[in-house]
Design a protein around this ligand. Sequence first.
Ligand code: CU
Length: 175
Amino acid sequence: MGMGIAIGYLTFVALGLIIAFAVLWSTRRGRRDGGQGVAIEKAERAEPWWGVVVLVLLTVLLGITIWQAPWFTENDDPKDVQVKVTGVQFGFLVEPTAVRVGQDVEFNVTSKDVHHAMGLYNPRGQMIMNVEAIPGYTISRSYHFTEPGTYIIRCLEFCGYKHHEMIYPVFQVTA
Ligand SMILES: [Cu+2]
């Protein structure tokens, strides 16, 4: 992936340099004869077509990249599992405590006392989700697990003198 981006970047830089030199070269004759050979009217007639070229390019780029927008990856299907996560000074109540790879999991997050947050970390320690845990409200977030292992939930909203100990260390995702 990184290599592909580097090659793509260098290709665009090379193309840009070629086009820049082509433009500079194309103005040499006009400068030599004092601007006599410049056909302004012809250039003006071509202007709308350059607009069309730009529009076509932008439309193609949009058509290629729009599919990576996040709203096309969201899943409205009924969820396989509901996991209830309740924050309480100073820990998390989690039910059920394990899900399987491939399941669509909907976390329903709330709090019993003060404002907390459920930060979900994958087995490699990367945060993959952060949901506010607010007393009196339940906030739902979906996640599709593709990686088995032990996930960790940490409180990410300062909630009192033991906030740093508010960790749920064993949310299991089994293969
Ligand atoms: Cu907390």
